[in-house]
Design a binder for this molecule. Structure first.
Ligand SMILES: Cc1ncc(COP(=O)(O)O)c(C=O)c1O
Length: 446
């Protein structure tokens, strides 16, 4: 799409009509809040198909996709090898409700990539995996309290909808009606990257905290990485207090590196939660970790957790093939090189127009804030210039670049994103930054 003065309604009349129909049928017209354009304005774009690095909407407009289905489409949309694996599995039956060989193949691949996982259980979503991991950690420790970080999102289980990131942060919801106070009171929250507060929380709750759950790089409040040494302190406190350390690598697993962020930071979590990439676009989640902890899960142990479609053969076939493609030489170098080209190009373009802008990336995951200083936690993220983000998002969208419709989300690219896709994105960004720089009320972020 070329950038011009046409209104989005003229660019996307069918999306607008479909949205008007959908709002009467589904809350907000969507089946997951992050898909709505609540914080950026306008109507969501209804996509019709995807291939490689591109999405096409119902009006036939093409976009370079930086959401990649919120992470799973890391080898590119509709990858022929993944489609072939799925078709072959589907032809053999969609679901048996029995064990299958594929489940062990996927489990092997995950355990090989993340040795901290000695045993795992496959489930169907990241939410299910996080919720189940916490149940097991509580059973293992015989404790009730859990600690999470503001702006981290771990799915929508009751106990985790406290100061959550992602759509909850975008909509400004720090909790949710329907979550009983008696449940929320067991969830402690901390500012990410604040060592002193972490120590205070542990000393105020001596040997009471069952588990700490953290997105090792936060992706649900924008992209926020840990300060050097932060996880050494966290791991030390968990060991000292007998608390289970859970890395929620639903987003970062097989995305920032084959072995997830744990392979980069050298910290061995007691438990790990996965989702997104391990299903390659089909519904697969997993939780796993130390054998003594995972042995608590039924039928080995007494902690109940089950699922009709867990380890579904079609979804598992998609995950196996996706992980296989990612294990080929150079995959993560390619992802990192593309991310680097994108974020450094964005930064120098913004700086060229005098717009405060920070960027970061790891492997195939990146983020940016309209802010002068680097962002260390959700409080910092909220002080970035959200108005500039909103303008940037709309200008990029109308120029054929599909970014997450929220300042509090990371971006993702895939092996299918070529250098020329990145360069086209940077051309669009320069056009957008020019408009922002020339707009009368452009303010600096923090
Ligand atoms: C870090 C993290 N954990 C858990 C979840 C929940 O996963 P799902 O949406 O598959 O339930 C998400 C989803 O975005 C996530 O990013």
């Amino acid at each position: 799409m070329s950038h011009d003065s046409r209104s989005p309604n003229n660019l996307r009349p069918r999306s607008k009509a479909l949205f008007e129909e959908a709002v009467g049928l589904m809350p907000g017209g969507v089946n997951s809040p992050v898909r709505a354009f609540a914080s950026v304005g306008g109507t969501p774009v209804f996509m019709k198909r995807a291939n490689g690095a591109y999405l096409w909407d119902e009006d036939g407009n093409r976009y370079i996709d930086y959401i990649t289905s919120w992470g799973p489409a890391i080898v590119g949309h509709a990858h022929p090898e993944v489609l072939a694996a799925i078709n072959e599995a589907a032809a053999g039956g969609l679901s048996f409700g029995t064990p299958t060989a594929g489940e062990s193949i996927l489990a092997h691949k995950i355990i090989k990539a993340m040795p901290a996982i000695e045993m795992l259980r496959l489930v169907s979503s990241g939410t299910e995996a996080c919720m189940s991991a916490l149940r097991v950690a509580r059973a293992f420790t015989g404790r009730t309290k859990i600690l999470k970080f503001e702006g981290c999102y771990h799915g929508h289980a009751d106990m985790l909808l406290v100061k959550a990131g992602s759509g909850a942060a975008t909509l400004g919801l720090s909790g949710s009606p329907g979550v009983p106070e008696s449940t929320a009171q067991h969830t402690l929250t901390a500012h990410f990257n604040d060592v002193d507060q972490l120590r205070e929380i542990f000393s105020a709750n001596r040997r009471d905290i069952a588990a700490v759950i953290v997105e090792p790089i936060i992706g649900n409040a924008g992209f926020i990485r840990p300060l050097p040494g932060y996880y050494d302190v966290l791991k030390g406190l968990c060991e000292e207090h007998g608390t289970v350390l859970i890395f929620d690598e639903v987003m970062t697993g097989f995305r920032v590196a084959h072995g997830g962020y744990q392979s980069l930071c050298g910290i061995k979590p007691d438990m790990t939660v996965l989702g997104k990439v391990i299903g390659g676009g089909m519904p697969v989640g997993a939780y796993g970790g130390r054998r003594d902890i995972m042995s608590m899960v039924a039928p080995s142990g007494p902690v109940y957790q089950a699922g009709t479609l867990s380890g579904n053969p079609v979804a598992v076939a998609s995950g196996i093939k996706t992980l296989e493609i990612l294990s080929r030489p150079g995959a993560y170098d390619t992802l990192a090189a593309r991310s680097e080209r994108l974020v450094s190009g964005l930064k120098s373009a913004a700086e060229g127009f005098g717009i405060p802008f920070t960027v970061d990336f790891e492997g195939g995951m990146f983020g940016f804030f309209f802010a002068k200083d680097s962002v260390r936690n959700f409080e910092d993220a909220k002080r970035a210039n959200l108005d500039n983000f909103k303008k940037f998002f709309q200008l990029m969208l109308d120029d054929g670049i599909y970014l997450a419709p929220s300042a509090f989300e990371a971006g993702f690219l895939s092996l299918a994103h070529s250098e020329s896709d990145i360069d086209a994105t940077l051309d669009a960004a320069r056009r957008a930054f020019r408009v922002i720089a020339e707009s009368p009320n452009t303010q600096a972020g923090r």
